[in-house]
Design a protein around this ligand. Sequence first.
Ligand SMILES: Nc1ncnc2c1ncn2[C@@H]1O[C@H](COP(=O)(O)OP(=O)(O)O)[C@@H](O)[C@H]1O
Ligand SMILES: [Mg+2]
Length: 272
Amino acid sequence: MPVVTIVNQKGGVGKTTVALGLAEAAAVRGRRVLVIDLDPQGNATSGLGVWDAPAGVELALDAGTPGSLQGVIRPSGWSLATGTIPDVVPSTPALASREVQLATDPVGAQDRLEAAVAGADHDLVLIDCPPSLGLLTVNGLFAAERALVVTAPSAWAADGVEQVLRTIDRVSDRHSGRPGTPSIVVNSLGRTRDGRYWYEEMASRYGDRVWPPIHQRAAIAEAAAQSVPLRGLGARSGAHEAVAEFDAVYEQLVATEGTWVTTPNASTSAGA
Ligand SMILES: Nc1ncnc2c1ncn2[C@@H]1O[C@H](COP(=O)(O)OP(=O)(O)O)[C@@H](O)[C@H]1O
Ligand SMILES: [Mg+2]
């Protein structure tokens, strides 16, 4: 079961957007996909059409034992014409105080989500991180076989990528090489010269670790605001193009799956 954590300490770069786009691409292909919302702001939860969940990921973090995720998995509110419906472990308001409480655990609390995820039996698990490199994100990285860094194409964003890559390396060094080599998705690519310049800059700096980009399109923000998948927007202009771009990122994920670093206990045998 591949576990992919979507990360960047900056907010508004498109972590949640990419998590939802990949969830949709996987679901329409019939893969059972689980989105874990680690952000107290709960944008992935509401984007997936889930409100007023009585409990969420904070319970799994509290328990930190295998299987503790099971009780808080629920179906999303999406409907798709083909394939499966994504599942979600929602974020609830209670998550906001957990980072502080986790920090008081004398034996360290970075691997609680990793333990909790061990019970899930989905084909793909996507973890949507908050905009920080605190303990919640560190839990997301410990649970992951692969980290996906989402960034905007701009000067300020490029510095942030360096910082998050160093954090991923530090986790990986302490954790038998997990997560493996991170990949980078440039999101909200506009038609400006500046956007193209920074995309090229990322590509020359990080080579084939830079995956196909996602362009800026109003349809993407609309789908999230309406809590529907992009395919739920029908013939809305730009929706079809956005779907094709997320599909390309998903195909890249599948193509790279076989190269992920795994520990002896981890399974990456789920098919495309
Ligand atoms: N490619 C895009 N085109 C248009 N709007 C986008 C795009 N990517 C993200 N957005 C919008 O920008 C805002 C921030 O994106 P989000 O995914 O929530 O960022 P993060 O999770 O990194 O904080 C959201 O309103 C989202 O709908
Ligand atoms: Mg987000």
